[in-house]
Design a protein around this ligand. Structure first.
Ligand SMILES: [Zn+2]
Length: 78
């Protein structure tokens, strides 16, 4: 089993802690060693390392449903 997490640009995610503006919905604007996220409440931009992001991310919006990102495996790696 791999612990790799699956997320793509423009995916919407929630984090362990929401933004101080009261929103906890973030859009992924950049992937790589650093992840760029946009708060969907106030459009504030934050950056964090990929390691920090993968520690903090909780849910991802897939087909209109919020699911736990650790269970989101669209491409199996068998
Ligand atoms: Zn905000």
């Amino acid at each position: 089993m791999t612990n790799r997490l699956y997320y793509e640009l423009n995916d919407l995610v929630t984090l362990k802690k929401g933004h101080p503006c009261g929103e906890n919905e973030w859009k992924i604007l950049r992937k790589g060693a650093d992840i760029k996220l946009e708060c969907q409440g106030c459009q504030h931009i934050i950056w964090m390392t990929r390691m920090e992001f993968e520690k903090r991310v909780r849910k991802i919006l897939v087909d209109g449903k919020w699911i736990s990102i650790v269970h989101h495996h669209p491409e199996e790696l068998d």
